[in-house]
Design a protein around this ligand. Structure first.
Ligand code: NI
Length: 139
């Protein structure tokens, strides 16, 4: 059977501040620019989750994308949407909430809960111009 990649998209918005407490204010300002703004700012995120697998002969599906959507909602979006990523999200505690760190955290929350197939890619757009993607710890 061929391996096929299926993708479900989700959207959420969240506030954050990029800041490294170990470094000076000047370093943080120079490194993170507007994303270091002390009183937070928000982004409208677009999240694509791609699962690889062989289509089930009975359904033609790698997995049911409605089921994948519910898993993304329960394990990721519900915890991030309309939240402050620095303050409100237990799994982002003490992690700088960059798009890079978010894709790794999102991967870790989804990799072991899929009913079929295997997680292939987590892609997150922070803005129209900036995104990060992660293919897991073995790639
Ligand atoms: Ni930002």
């Amino acid at each position: 059977m061929p391996t096929v990649y299926v993708t479900r998209r989700a959207r959420f918005n969240a506030a954050h501040r990029l800041h490294n407490d170990e470094r000076s204010g000047a370093w943080n300002q120079a490194t993170f620019g507007a994303c270091n703004s002390p009183n937070w700012h928000g982004h409208n995120y677009t999240l694509d989750v791609t699962v690889a697998g062989e289509p089930d002969p009975e359904t033609g599906y790698v997995l049911d994308l409605a089921q994948l959507s519910r898993l993304i909602e329960d394990h990721v979006v519900r915890h991030l949407d309309h939240k402050n990523l620095n303050l409100d999200v237990p799994f982002m505690q003490d992690i700088i909430p960059s798009t890079e760190n978010l894709v790794v955290a999102i991967w870790d929350r989804l990799a072991n809960v899929l009913p079929a197939g295997r997680l292939h890619r987590v892609y997150l757009e922070e803005t129209e111009k900036n995104s990060a993607e992660y293919f897991g710890p073995n790639s």
